[in-house]
Design a protein around this ligand. Structure first.
Ligand SMILES: NC(=O)c1ccc[n+]([C@@H]2O[C@H](COP(=O)([O-])OP(=O)(O)OC[C@H]3O[C@@H](n4cnc5c(N)ncnc54)[C@H](O)[C@@H]3O)[C@@H](O)[C@H]2O)c1
Length: 363
């Protein structure tokens, strides 16, 4: 089973192909878009498992693939990483009429998308996401960025891919912890915007995570459909694209407080952040306790953390967490922006939240 979801952005619209085994069709799918040398940017983990298969299909389609294999990890998403990648891209001879392929998780997608966006003032790029997080979130919507010492994703641009090819079979080599972290972003869509999707996840989420291919394709497609809808309405996040940040205000602060280390993956921070957003919504009388419990119970049932106490090592304290939140790039005039909930599927964006209540849920 495979599905196609379209991101509708007039002449910049693009398809997201989702299904098992799509890597084998990547050559045919990319051929109409690629001219000249075709840089394929990946990291060594993805490279070890899947690069040979991708190069084989590209070669069969007559494409001149030029693999560039980076070190795995956030470290590549830096000015130094950008300098070295753009230098390597220039060496391939790719020009403005060409195409660059990002083949990996969110790190490879964000860095390669940014490099493509600035190289020769903009080269087209394709996303072949290989983590669940990248398939349901980072490869769709055109946000690209690198990290700086002042914070994550602070330097970047909007650059939409020409095509996204999400082969759900490549997820079988992904470590379980990474798969679960990506699932937090799936739950996020249901949480802010679709109670029926949440019902479906309660019935099917564990099955998808357990390796059932059709169920995983459905989960990825439903997530991409929701992301595509928001991006089509608000490409540059001046309005309700901010709903996608459910759990992220808390999550980013927790990631910062744990030093962006492997104590807490991004998706794990989002899972705890969503639990905190529900608890805060209950505290403010916006959401029923039953909805919050039900939402949190589903995350716990699949193995996601839902409490700050679940983070290994010293517990992040409310004061520094609040300071991180106040410095979040989404804060408006010093006021922290949250996505809160009036129930499951009923998220809204607000900067009008009493800090005492936030401090209480963090304590
Ligand atoms: N642009 C956006 O809209 C957006 C949205 C969410 C997150 N992000 C960014 O995404 C990044 C996180 O992405 P991620 O979670 O995919 O992390 P990642 O790219 O670091 O991948 C996680 C790990 O899994 C490995 N890996 C990837 N695919 C694999 C596979 N199929 N088999 C085995 N190993 C594999 C990678 O080498 C890495 O070690 C962060 O930098 C975050 O800021 C961007």
């Amino acid at each position: 089973m495979s599905e196609i979801v379209t991101v509708s952005l007039a002449e910049r619209s693009y398809p997201i192909h989702i299904g098992p085994g799509l890597l084998a069709r990547a050559g045919d799918l990319l051929k109409p878009l690629a001219k000249g040398p075709l840089p394929v940017v990946t990291d060594s983990h993805v490279g070890e498992f899947h690069l040979a298969a991708l190069l084989e299909t590209l070669g069969r389609a007559g494409l001149d693939a030029r693999p560039i294999v980076l070190e795995p990890g956030e470290g590549s998403k830096s000015f130094a990483g950008l300098e070295s990648l753009t230098t390597e891209l220039l060496h391939t001879g790719v020009d403005r009429g060409g195409l660059i392929v990002a083949f990996g998780g969110g790190v490879i997608g964000d860095l390669t998308g940014f490099a493509a966006g600035v190289l020769k003032r903009g080269v087209a790029f394709a996303q072949i996401p290989t983590t669940l997080l990248a398939q349901v979130d980072s490869s769709v919507g055109g946000k690209t960025a690198i990290n700086t010492p002042a914070g994550k994703n602070l330097v970047g641009l909007f650059h939409q891919p020409r095509i996204v090819i999400a082969d759900t079979a490549v997820l079988t080599s992904l470590p379980r912890r990474e798969l679960l972290a990506g699932y937090a972003e799936v739950v996020k869509y249901a949480g802010y915007g679709d109670a029926a999707f949440f019902d479906w996840l309660e019935a099917n989420g564990a099955k998808a995570l357990g390796g059932d291919s059709n169920t995983m394709v459905r989960a990825v497609a439903l997530s991409c459909r929701m992301k595509a809808e928001v991006v089509a309405r608000d490409e540059h996040e001046t309005g309700d694209r901010a709903l996608l940040n459910l759990g992220h205000t808390f999550g980013h602060a927790l990631e910062a407080a744990t030093g962006y280390s492997d104590r807490l993956l991004h998706g794990e921070g989002v899972a705890i952040g969503m639990a905190l957003a529900f608890r805060l919504s209950v505290k403010l009388g916006l959401c029923s306790g039953q909805d919050a419990e039900r939402f949190i119970r589903h995350m716990t049932s699949v193995g996601l953390p839902t409490d700050i106490a679940a983070i290994s090592g010293p517990r992040p304290e409310p004061k520094p967490l609040l300071e991180h939140m106040a410095h979040d790039k989404k804060a408006r005039e010093g006021r922290i922006v949250f996505v809160l909930l009036r129930g499951i599927g009923k998220g809204f964006v607000t900067a009008d939240v009493p800090l005492d209540a936030v401090r209480d849920v963090l304590a």
